[in-house]
Design a protein around this ligand. Structure first.
Ligand SMILES: [Zn+2]
Ligand SMILES: [Zn+2]
Length: 260
């Protein structure tokens, strides 16, 4: 019973294929649930390089509907991956969850406030201050109550190279928030498929970062394993690997049937 709640379409400018292509592959690979969750458009056009334009939203919804009609044997969910900020809260709540009737939103914190502006989580979390700023923003975003799960909470492993007292403190804060809010954390399969990064203590996957998930076992939290597919062929990729990791560490997987 493989499920993937996190996949993209060509509209974000760094993925391939449309909902129907992911659905076809999902059936082929034996998945029972496919969540289509492209990067959200934003009403003010911020960070426009990695997401659809607002004008593409109607056809995105149509494309998912088409896939649902073509592959009725597969449960296809209508979602979006979103960066939270106060100014977008009502758009997510009223437009995406409200008017568009999306099944759920994934929190994807690809940017966080720093130095009076925004820094990128993929390249900008390389010291304790940045790591703290990312963590505070992630937790504030989780507290918004809009999100069904948190994508790649350990994304800081990309540029924060060594595990230390700062990563431990921030990780514990994220885990405590996830426990209090009962919001599942994603073991992101995309990280398994990326090239390992070089660190002073040798190469390792950027994420999932093992010590993060080892600490997770201390908390009453749930995890969800997703492929974060950016091509149809990857729709079921790394799911078994992620589930194995969860099992090895004694982490419980979330029951997300309420989304279906
Ligand atoms: Zn992406
Ligand atoms: Zn993401």
């Amino acid at each position: 019973m493989l499920r993937n709640y996190h996949s993209h379409t060509y509209r974000c400018n760094h993925a391939e294929g449309d909902a129907v292509d992911y659905a076809r592959e999902a059936v082929k690979q034996g998945l029972t649930v496919l969540g289509v969750t492209d990067h959200t458009p934003l009403p003010d056009g911020r960070w426009s390089g990695m997401r659809m334009a607002l004008s593409e939203l109607p056809e995105y919804l149509d494309a998912i509907k088409l896939a649902q009609e073509a592959y009725s044997e597969l449960r296809i969910l209508k979602g979006m991956e979103c960066e939270w900020a106060e100014e977008y809260h009502s758009f997510y709540e009223e437009e995406l969850l409200g008017r568009c009737e999306l099944d759920y939103l994934i929190l994807g914190t690809h940017f966080f406030p720093c130095n009076g502006s925004w820094c990128g989580s993929h390249s900008g979390i390389y010291n304790a201050e940045r790591l703290r700023a990312y963590t505070e923003h992630l937790i504030r975003s989780m507290e918004s109550g809009l999100f069904a799960m948190v994508a790649h909470p350990d994304l800081f492993g990309l540029t924060y190279l060594e595990w230390d007292e700062n990563t431990e403190a921030c990780t514990r804060d994220i885990l405590k928030a996830a426990e209090e809010l009962q919001i599942p954390l994603e073991i992101n399969g995309y990280g398994f498929r990326k090239r390992p990064i070089d660190t002073p203590s040798g190469p390792r996957p950027a994420y999932p970062w093992l010590p993060f998930w080892e600490l997770a076992a201390d908390y009453d939290i749930r995890v969800v394993v997703n492929s974060d597919a950016h091509t149809p062929a990857e729709v079921g990729a790394s799911l078994k690997e992620g589930l194995q990791m969860a099992q090895m560490l004694g982490l419980k997987t979330a029951n997300l049937e309420h989304l279906e």
